[in-house]
Design a protein around this ligand. Structure first.
Ligand SMILES: Cc1cc2nc3c(=O)[nH]c(=O)nc-3n(C[C@H](O)[C@H](O)[C@H](O)COP(=O)(O)OP(=O)(O)OC[C@H]3O[C@@H](n4cnc5c(N)ncnc54)[C@H](O)[C@@H]3O)c2cc1C
Length: 400
């Protein structure tokens, strides 16, 4: 079989790339290893409202709830709260969301083949010339690798795997008492080293709870967290597991005949591991460049590098600021975190946090980080907790 664009993986990145290439006239096929799009789910499903708009996605039946604030909790239980007047984020049903993206791509003429696991790239004279699985082989002028965090195929092609990989897990709990429009983020290196634990409300009685961690068994950690948060383990759904990417983009995201997008390219926010919006924006760019390569008859690395230069000029600064912030956060032990929360509370900086939530951008966090550090009191607190060693990093966050 022969197509113009072959996409590996029907997650958000693969489906958005397929949609964009198809609506620009390319013949596109997507290959997904699972029988049903979006299943099994692995994502907590918190997406910024502004981010969805940036992707050009209309709110639909996949939206389960809206949130307008967050509660941050330190290892010893010191709490900071920040609320906005308006809703900032949606809680979504990921399988339905992915299903809606699949329908949209199919609406533009892309074909989606499920239960098709891609195992290898086809090579022709040094270029990637398509892909193959157990009982299929597809020649393609441009292949797009959107296989997610496993990145087996991109490493097979000679590209790097994303770094900062954490084991993540989610469950849905019910019969609990939570604020229906507020997300809780629990910070503790004991509990969730490398990220945090979360409680994302579905309504006032049900929530999605999870965490990601750089060591240990995530599910065992989550059970401890549930007992701590709810004073006993509440009834919950079966756990959904997945890999959270926090290491920032891989150094190179294209080869002759190949583009890499989404989690496989490390295009997530290193501060939170969220990847649907930024990975999606990069994927749209990949779809556009793939279609342009076809109309100009040039799928060479020389042409496809436009994809990388565009996503870097659009988001490179965001990724570097968030990576630096992540590295600084990873240095904080539980005592430092408590000290930080205590100092923020004492300096009455909750009002500043509220302003940052109200006006800031959940996805493009560089401006929020800079604005926060421009506040002398907050900078003073950060320097005291992080110590002088972090001075140059804090300076480069302020003036990248
Ligand atoms: C616990 C957890 C919570 C998260 N919470 C959030 C959140 O709240 N908000 C947010 O924005 N992000 C969140 N993320 C991250 C988000 O899930 C990813 O950034 C996003 O799914 C990346 O999209 P993708 O299309 O690149 O990869 P994926 O969604 O992983 O899709 C890849 C697809 O490729 C398929 N595939 C893989 N290999 C092959 C192959 N060889 N052949 C065929 N098909 C293949 C897979 O089956 C899958 O369907 C979370 C992640 C985890 C693990």
């Amino acid at each position: 079989m022969r197509v113009e664009v072959a996409v590996v993986g029907a997650g958000p990145a693969g489906l958005l790339a397929a949609w964009e290439a198809a609506r620009r006239g390319a013949s596109v096929s997507v290959y997904e290893e699972h029988p049903t799009i979006g299943e099994p789910p692995h994502c907590a499903g918190l997406l910024s409202i502004r981010g969805l708009r940036r992707l050009g996605i209309e709110p639909g039946e996949f939206i389960l709830n809206e949130v307008r604030g967050c509660r941050l909790i330190s290892p010893s239980g010191i709490t900071l709260e920040a609320w906005g007047e308006r809703a900032k984020a949606y809680v979504i049903d990921r399988p339905r969301f992915d299903g809606a993206l699949a329908e949209r791509a199919e609406g533009e003429g892309a074909s989606i083949e499920t239960s098709r696991r891609v195992m290898r790239w086809l090579h022709d004279d040094g270029r990637i010339a398509g892909l193959s699985g157990v009982d299929f082989e597809v020649e393609a002028l441009v292949s797009i690798d959107a296989e997610g965090a496993s990145s087996l195929l991109s490493t097979q092609a000679g590209l790097e795997r994303p770094g900062g990989l954490l084991g993540g897990v989610n469950v849905e709990v019910e019969g609990v008492d939570v604020d229906a429009d507020l997300v809780e983020l629990w910070f503790s290196g004991q509990l969730a080293p490398g990220l945090f634990a979360w409680v994302i409300p579905l309504d006032g009685l049900r929530a999605r709870c999870g965490l990601a961690a750089s060591s240990g068994q995530p599910y065992e950690r989550l059970r401890l967290f549930l007992s701590r948060r709810f004073g006993g383990e509440p009834g919950h759904s079966r756990p959904w597991r997945g890999v959270v990417v926090t290491g920032g983009p891989i150094p190179r995201t294209y080869l002759d005949g190949l583009l890499v997008v989404g989690d496989a390219a490390g295009q997530t926010k290193p501060t939170t591991g969220g990847g649907v919006i930024l990975g999606g924006l990069c994927a749209l760019e990949a779809g556009r460049v793939a279609a342009d390569a076809l109309s100009l008859g040039d799928p060479s690395a020389g042409f496809l590098q436009r994809y990388e230069s565009t996503w870097k000029s659009m988001l490179g600064g965001e990724f570097s600021s968030m990576s630096l912030a992540r590295r600084l956060m990873n240095r904080l032990g539980d005592r430092d975190l408590d000290e930080l929360f205590k100092a923020l509370k004492e300096a009455e900086l909750e009002a500043l946090l509220t302003r940052l939530v109200e006006e800031g951008d959940m996805d493009m966090q560089r401006a929020v980080i800079r604005r926060a550090l421009r506040d002398r009191r907050l900078l003073g607190v950060a320097m005291r907790v992080l110590g002088r060693v972090a001075l140059s990093e804090l300076r480069s966050l302020l003036n990248p």
